[in-house]
Ligand binder design. Sequence first.
Ligand SMILES: [Zn+2]
Length: 388
Amino acid sequence: MDKIFTIMKKYLFSLFFVAPFVCWSQNYTKPEQTDKARFENQEFYEVKNYTKKKIKAQRPKNIIFLIGDGMGTSQVYAGLVANKGDLYICTMPVSGFSKTNSSDKFITDSAAGATAFSIGEKTYNGAIGVDKNGVPKQTILEMAEAKGLGTGLISTCAITHATPASFIAHQQNRGMQEEIAADFLKTDIDVFIGGGRKYFNQRKDGRDLLRELEAKDYDVIASIDSLRFSKGDKVAGLIAEEHPEPMILGRGDMLVRASRFGMDKLKKNKTGFFLMIEGSQIDWGGHDNNVPYITTEMLDFDKTIGEVLKFASKNGETLVVITADHETGGFAITGGHIEKGIVEGKFTTGGHTAVMVPVYAYGPKAELFSGIMENTDIFYKFKEALGW
Ligand SMILES: [Zn+2]
């Protein structure tokens, strides 16, 4: 009997203490993928150099801020190799690096990372538009709105997710997505497009925020194809219940089209506009230790950058800044072939890393964004560029 008891104890021990560790380590090292992660690109696109055009304006009227979530230099280079040697990012005339650590952690999450850009202060991981003591702070988007500029947020995840949320909402924790959705109604943001529809209309408090948005004169749109029917000045594009699909599962050119739509809508504001566009799922490819996931998301983000640069070079008064909130995956490129568009990579983690991430700029006052900076500096450089 004693023997049976001992065996049972041993079994219970492995069940409770060893099994979770095995699951955890499988999640985070994924050996079967780290050894063989490979992407081969058949189709590549031609990169046009829109940034050759000389900029005459002294300062920008508009800011388009592009965030590649989890986009370190390896992610950028993976895109470059996959596109057989060139990216729109390569045509950006100014570059620098951003230090990403948060107020309470050496390694940031996307909430603290995006809030650093939006309020200019380091805050704790999980914070949405609040400082390190949890106090709400006016964001760059809210400042733009208060000064009469048009405003917009576009992302390839739920619009209530950490990165876009940090520009418009004020909540203690990124998990409070219904509260974040309700914060959209407290602003007059002109255009927002992404997923997260269920946080607006399937809520614990019973409110139907889609009806409330319509009452505030928003065109509420449920798919990217219906954007073209939108005639109003304000548009809420909630195109997925939760997140739009990854590129590898057929999301298509949603980000390119949404961004083009956002710029066309916002340029009608004579005072100018602030538009944030996020390539959200580069990060998820990193978490997944999945090279094709990263590379396809990176190429989608870069095509969007091309669309933005085309607009900015024609417009002449638009500052374009591209950066990341942090790197994801500890991704290293360990092999490949530029002419064939082959990328091979390995990962050191299933989480984020602490390395600096690249910053790129084009347009009036782009020169402010060279060198090594804190992520919080980007907020102050925006204000300086706009003369606020
Ligand atoms: Zn992440």
